[in-house]
Design a protein around this ligand. Structure first.
Ligand code: ASP
Length: 605
């Protein structure tokens, strides 16, 4: 018997309205329960599962055929929709009121026993069940891993987010333009992936770190508004939530300023979260880079909770506590955070032995000082070194109240204080429940420095195409350059940088001067960016844009543990693909054609 598949429906589209009707379904056997006479199974397709029943009394040969079915066999069937008896209804399942009494069955394909359980029946019944399978095993059999309903949901929602974005930008007049993958290096601060050219000896293409120069060239061309959902490639050091290739929403527009970007992106981000029913409401708050560093310790502040850092260096500059006194008088800083109403829960032992001796050193700090507010006064192991007035001033500076705990970090290196206390803030915020897991707190970080020092050389903080403020044209010394601000902005959500961009330089001379400031010689500039600087001389409009990291954004929308959960075929933690086993060695013949040789011989065991 061959099933006529043109009438096929998805499992979860079957409803009570169809009771007694014959329907056609196709998919995989999810679970099997043999109740002696009756055989119950779950049939799974992309939409979910539905119970199917084989009754030998209704059709013996069919029941015998069904007895041979195993999990993950691929089948098609027709059957009659039946409402389940009340005591057999399953409220956890969208189709839990129904079952299909099968009338004909086609086995399309058998399946080997899969290396891990694909059925998520337990997930359907109990949301708290977790799936613990080694990730490399999942990635080796990704096609089976993607058969799991929770992964299908991730992939389908990712698709919905992408199409929401496309529709929104299409409505706003943006044109989707593809840019090359085999191209020249784009300076985004990472290493390039290189592709050797067979036709041009000793020459390499670089895979794009971003389409930055192309999108700006499209503005020179008068395209006016460009976007692309595009793969970018950055050969960065391995970090948990990074992928060598990742997807960006990249966009650029002409004759615009920062406010245009903010008002374009905020509704877009709102729509993205709304795909799963999450609400955020613009306008998003703005915070300057300097404020973010001072109050949160980093340039991607988590605004889901308060606990901001307060500078008390001046308050304590004459105190008798030697370490603080010396730090305050040696251009260092002392900063504190207030942990509201936790004095009774945070024991002295925990503060001293865990936070001060273990956690803070792990963050790179030398130590941490704590004080509890009890009956309007401070209590701690060092409080005797502070005068009544200093204690009162500390309480005022941190706006502290009874049962609050104050945590201080001090060092002669101000950046270190920001960094360590910023990490401690996040640690305490998470561990002591100050972060509402449902909260979504976006913000724009603005007024970034144009340059930073890296290995003692000036480096672009965003990238060299970002427009500096006017002070750039008169800057002379390194300190002058480090004080120049740029017109860059980052979109940060829940403490994660989701995207960033800038208003660009549209003047070729200023662009050349930026390259010079970055230490590029005239030959370098010509070789690497000559075409681009030249393009700017042909009537370039003022323009700006931004890129959003889509893997991170989708992962945040779906609350997944890692971005790999929202990428169909990701690399593992060490940038390797266990499925295809890439990267891999290639034949000598292929190397010869490319005129390449491997310097390191493969070890022979
Ligand atoms: N090209 C930048 C990036 O990939 C974004 C931008 O400036 O538009 O981070």
């Amino acid at each position: 018997m061959t099933i006529e598949l043109t009438q096929r429906q998805f499992c979860t589209t079957i409803s009570l309205d169809q009771v007694n009707q014959t329907v056609t379904l196709a998919g995989w056997i999810d679970t099997i329960r043999d109740h002696g006479q009756l055989l119950f199974m779950h049939l799974r397709d992309r939409s979910g599962v539905i119970q199917i029943v084989f009754n030998p009394e209704e059709n013996k040969p069919l029941h015998e055929q069904a007895e041979k079915l195993r999990s993950e066999y691929c089948v098609g069937l027709t059957g009659v929709v039946i409402e389940r008896a009340d005591d057999a209804k399953n409220p956890h399942l969208p189709t839990g009121m129904l079952e299909i009494h099968v009338t004909s069955l086609d086995l399309f394909n058998k399946a080997q026993t899969p290396p891990f359980l694909i059925s998520e029946k337990s997930l359907v019944d109990d949301e708290t069940q977790e799936f613990h399978v080694d990730e490399d095993l999942r990635l080796t059999y990704r096609y089976l891993d993607l058969r799991r309903l929770s992964m299908q949901k991730n992939i389908v929602i990712r698709h919905k987010i992408m199409s929401t974005i496309r529709n929104y930008l299409d409505d706003k007049g943006f044109v989707d333009v593809e840019t090359p993958m085999l191209t020249k290096s784009t300076p985004e601060g990472a290493r390039d992936y290189l592709v050797p050219s067979r036709h041009h000896d000793n020459c390499f293409y670089a895979l794009p770190q971003s389409p930055q120069m192309f999108k700006q060239l499209l503005m020179v061309s008068g395209l006016d508004k460009y976007y692309q959902i595009v793969k970018c490639f950055r050969d960065e050091d391995l970090r948990p939530n990074r992928q060598p290739e990742f997807t960006q929403l990249d966009l650029e527009a002409s004759f615009i300023d920062e406010t245009y970007i903010y008002s374009l992106l905020e509704p877009l981000v709102e729509r993205v979260f709304a795909t799963v029913g999450k609400k955020i409401q613009g306008p998003f708050p703005h915070i300057t880079y300097e404020d973010a560093m001072n109050r949160y310790g980093n340039d991607h502040p988590d605004l889901r909770f308060d606990m901001t850092m307060v500078d008390v260096t001046q308050t304590l500059k004459n105190c008798n506590y030697k370490i603080f006194n010396s730090i305050a008088n040696n251009n260092g800083s002392i900063k504190g955070i207030k942990v509201v109403n936790k004095a009774s829960e945070m024991s002295k032992n925990m503060l001293q032995e865990e936070l001060a001796k273990k956690v803070v050193p792990k963050f790179g700090g030398k130590g941490m000082t704590w004080m509890k507010v009890i009956d309007g006064k401070l209590e701690s192991n060092i409080v005797q070194f502070f005068s009544e007035q200093e204690q009162a001033d500390l309480i005022t500076a941190l706006d502290a109240h009874d049962n609050d705990v104050l945590l201080f970090v001090a060092d002669t290196n101000k950046d270190l204080v920001n960094d360590v206390l910023g990490r401690l803030r996040l640690y305490v915020g998470k561990k002591w429940g100050f972060i509402d897991p449902k909260a979504i707190a976006p913000c724009w970080v603005t007024d970034f420095p144009m340059f930073e020092l890296k290995d003692n050389r000036l480096n672009s903080m965003h990238h060299p195409f970002t427009q500096p403020d006017d002070s750039f044209m008169t800057a002379k010394t390194t300190d002058d350059f480090l004080a120049v601000k740029s017109r860059a902005y980052d979109l940060v959500i829940n403490g994660e940088e989701i995207g960033g961009g800038s208003i660009r330089i549209h003047d070729s001379q200023m662009q050349a001067k930026i390259f010079e400031t970055l230490g590029l010689t005239e030959t370098d500039i010509k070789q690497k960016f000559g075409f681009f600087v030249n393009a700017l001389t042909y009537g370039t409009p003022p323009h700006g844009g931004l890129a959003l990291g889509m893997d991170r954004l989708v992962s945040m929308v779906l609350d997944t543990e890692s971005i790999r959960e929202v990428i169909a075929f990701p690399k593992n933690r060490v940038a390797y693909c266990p499925l295809t086993q890439a990267p891999s060695h290639v034949d000598n013949q292929q190397l010869d054609e490319l005129k390449l040789a491997c310097v390191i011989e493969e070890a022979t065991s």
